[in-house]
Design a protein around this ligand. Structure first.
Ligand code: IMP
Ligand code: MG
Length: 178
């Protein structure tokens, strides 16, 4: 374990089981129809790859990237699309795949944008959701784990672009000593 990562919050076996459960739920709701899974870059890419491999429905994938201004550990609702989808989602069964829903600001913005493009269905799948008081009520269809409001890294989540490749979700140590 890296020296600035303290405790492992969710181990890789637990993640794998959750991925299997979520894949089965998404498959059930797609009910044989092809799904278009849209990963939110960069963090959601890790989860999307595992999720699609565990699914049985026919799937296509695409990605979009948004940036939230402010360099801290929390986005403040100023969300911009910096890389848009490459396919038309009209009439499709879209599943948006996120690594984490924190304030919900990012997701609310993406949902608003995608809804204007008239998908047949638009569902949200996130690996993690923080239990944040005052968070926007965003309708999330599939949640891997509800976690406390602590800054976590791994399984796609970064701190200053590091730690995305950890196979588990860990809490970042705030003090560098100890
Ligand atoms: P929201 O708009 O506040 O829901 O924030 C969503 C984005 O903030 C996520 O897609 C992550 O990129 C980032 N984020 C929120 N919480 C964490 C965390 O605990 N660790 C790493 N990134 C986070
Ligand atoms: Mg980030």
């Amino acid at each position: 374990m890296s020296h600035d990562v303290s405790e492992i919050l969710i181990g890789s076996d637990e993640i794998r089981r959750a991925v299997g459960r979520l894949a089965a739920e998404v498959d059930r709701d797609l009910d044989g129809r092809p799904g278009l899974l849209v990963g939110v870059l960069k963090g959601g890419a890790f989860f999307l790859c595992d999720l699609t491999r565990a699914m049985r429905s026919p799937v296509a994938i695409d990605f979009l990237r948004v940036s939230s201004y402010g360099a801290g550990t929390r986005s403040w609702g100023n969300v911009q699309v910096v890389h848009d989808l490459s396919v038309d989602i009209a009439g499709k069964d879209v599943v948006l795949v996120e690594d984490i829903v924190d304030s919900g600001a990012t997701l609310a913005h993406i949902l608003e944008l995608l809804a204007t493009r008239k998908p047949r269905t638009l569902r949200i799948c996130t690996m993690l959701r923080k239990n944040l008081a005052g968070a926007r009520a965003v309708p999330v269809d599939y949640v891997g784990f509800e976690i406390e409001d602590r800054f976590v890294v791994g399984y796609g989540l970064d701190f200053a672009e590091s730690y995305r490749n950890l196979p588990h979700v860990a809490v970042l140590r705030e003090e560098k000593d100890g």
